[in-house]
Each structure stands twice: as C-alpha cells, then as structure tokens.
Design a protein around this ligand. Structure first.
Ligand SMILES: CC(C)(COP(=O)(O)OP(=O)(O)OC[C@H]1O[C@@H](n2cnc3c(N)ncnc32)[C@H](O)[C@@H]1OP(=O)(O)O)[C@@H](O)C(=O)NCCC(=O)NCCS
Length: 299
C-alpha cells in the first residue's frame, strides 16, 4: 500500500481541482457532446418566450449563475431553467426561492423519427401569420388555463430564426384549432448537441377533428428533422396522461433532465400542492389546466 507521505508534492491540489471540475460539469451536457471548433455555445443563455424566459442550464458554469438569473424573473412571468442534470445542487443554493418542477423531460430522436403516412383530415398546419392568429392562440391558451403571451410578441417573432409558431386551421371554417411553439437550440445559442424543443402545445377543446395535437407535434418534428436537428425535447407534467400518451405514441422517450423554477404566485400550486389556485397556474396538465409552457414548462 502506498505511503501517503511518498506522494509527489502538489498531488492533493490536482485532485481537488479535478473534483471541482467534476462538480461544475454536472450542470453541463454529457461527455461526447463537446462543442465543435469555431462554434462556441453562448454562455449563460436565456431566451425570452413572451411568458417568461427559458434558461438553458447547460450553458451555465455553476449553480450560482443560474440562481442569479432566476432571481431576475419579472412580475407575471414564469421563467424556467431546463436541462438541469443535478437539481439537488441547484436547489441547495437557494432552497427558499426555487423548486423542482414536477415535470418529465421527453426526447424524440429525429434521426429515427418517421413521418406518418396519414395526412390530417379536415384541417391543416401552417405558420402563425397574422395578429388575428396570435389572438386565437391566446384564446386557446386561456381556455386551457395557460399563461397568455402579448400578441405583439408573437407578431414580432413571426419571422424569427429561433422561435417557430405553428397553428392548425379548420379547412372549412378557417377557425384556429390548435397551436405549438418550437425552439431551435442551434440558432438560439449554438447548441453543440444541435437540439430543439417543443413548447405550448394546446388544442381547442371544441375542436371536433381528431389528431390535431398529433399533427402539430409531427409538423414541428419534421421541420427540425429537415434542419438536421438531432432531437426534439419537451417537458410535460407527470400527471398529464393525455399528453404523455400522445408523446409516447410518437416515439418520445424519458430523458434524465429536470426543470427548476422560482417560487412565484403563478407556480404556487406546483410547489404547495394546493388545488385552490388552479386558474393561476401556467402549465397544462391532464385534468386541470395549467400554463402555456406546455411541453416544456409550467408556469
Ligand atoms: C394533449 C393535447 C395537445 C392532445 O391533443 P389532441 O388533438 O386532443 O390529441 P390527438 O387527437 O392528436 O390524439 C393523439 C394521441 O394523443 C393521445 N390522446 C389524445 N386524447 C386522449 C385522451 N382523451 N385520453 C388518452 N389519450 C389521449 C392518444 O395517444 C392519441 O392517439 P390515438 O387517438 O391513436 O389513441 C390536448 O388534449 C390539449 O391541448 N391538452 C391541454 C394542453 C396540454 O396538456 N398540452 C400538452 C402539454 S405538455
């Protein structure tokens, strides 16, 4: 057995440095997902989505930086920190202010995804193109108890490279039946994993056509697959059985990432377990409506 005293000088210092790096890297993407030359991901990246910011945990060096940015959440907004691989470390840094969102992260591998042979019947999917579309999207969010987005925000983002809004339109009546939001991570922050994500999937409860949610999800997956994205992720409340059934049917699988949020009035039901404030909650669930972050968020 080696005698401790015989170790070369400085060994202890090297080891503590390695431990520190291992701890810090717990917030980063898995090994093998390193950045490509010349395409450094943006550091400390957060994307304004109208309802709040999506804070990409993998772009932060440590928990302190994440806590700082979450402390900057604006009133009536619901920020969400995603891709948190070590939520216990982040929560330990601000246990009174943050909570672990009770949502699962699901991932669709776009390399193996196959489009459906069946086409939508009675409706079609297109991009959001007018202020009237934006108002209809908010009507659907409101009807599902999801947090609304200022219509001007949709309008300003309609040609944005990073955020894509699709709507489902009834072929005969022209009514908007559903909506989904997509985020291209490579365009957002030079994501070395070349990912994408789906948010705010919602279908009008009055829609008579089956398959609207499926068609919106598929359309987004096909857009990102055509761009060469590796995967499409989403976050869904653990008890949203209807949505989970849809995602699993389409081939989404659970992924070991977690989401963390700031305790605020919108999120209250999620961290107190209280059922009284349903209307304030921003993420859709199975039986009770929740906010618009649908697929990756709750508010
Ligand atoms: C979840 C939601 C988007 C599904 O949209 P939809 O248009 O009703 O669903 P579709 O008709 O496309 O159904 C596709 C699949 O979803 C699942 N599904 C849909 N409705 C379901 C129900 N009532 N019970 C169980 N599974 C259901 C099924 O797997 C279905 O496939 P199948 O018909 O072959 O069985 C919609 O119910 C909704 O807007 N919910 C509120 C908002 C929400 O929860 N969004 C998701 C947040 S992550």
């Amino acid at each position: 057995m080696a005698d401790r005293k015989e170790r070369p000088a400085g060994k202890g210092k090297d080891y503590s440095y390695r431990l520190k790096r291992m701890r810090e890297h717990g917030l980063k993407p898995p090994i093998g997902m390193s950045e490509q030359a010349g395409e450094r991901p943006e550091a400390d990246f957060a994307l304004d989505c109208g309802w709040g910011r999506l804070v990409f945990g993998q772009t932060f060096e440590n928990a302190a930086g994440l806590v700082d940015i979450l402390r900057g959440e604006q009133p009536d907004q619901r920020d969400i920190a995603v891709y948190i691989r070590n939520p216990h470390v982040l929560l330990a840094a601000a246990p009174q202010e943050l909570f672990l969102d009770p949502s699962h992260t699901y991932r669709l591998d776009l390399n193996s995804y196959r489009p459906s042979k069946r086409q939508p019947s009675g409706f079609f999917i297109r991009r959001l193109t007018s202020r009237a579309d934006a108002e209809e999207v908010n009507r659907i969010y409101a009807s599902r108890g999801m947090v609304e987005v200022p219509p001007d925000f949709f309008w300003e983002k309609r040609d944005a490279r990073t955020i894509t809004y699709f709507v489902a339109e009834d072929e005969r009546s022209g009514e908007i039946l559903g909506t989904v939001t997509g985020i291209d991570h490579a365009r957002a922050f030079n994501d070395p994993e070349n990912g994408s994500s789906l948010w705010c999937l919602a279908v009008d409860q009055q829609a008579r056509h089956p398959g609207v949610g499926e068609a919106l999800t598929r359309r987004l997956a096909e857009l990102f697959a055509a761009r060469g994205c590796a995967f499409m992720d989403l976050s869904v409340l653990h008890d949203n059985e209807q949505a989970i059934a849809l995602y699993e049917k389409l081939g989404f699988r659970r992924s070991p990432y977690f989401s963390v949020k700031r305790k605020n009035p919108i999120n209250e039901q999620l961290f107190t377990g209280c059922e009284d404030d349903e209307g304030l909650n921003p993420m859709p669930a199975s039986s009770h409506a929740r906010p618009a972050g649908a697929a990756f968020m709750s508010r």
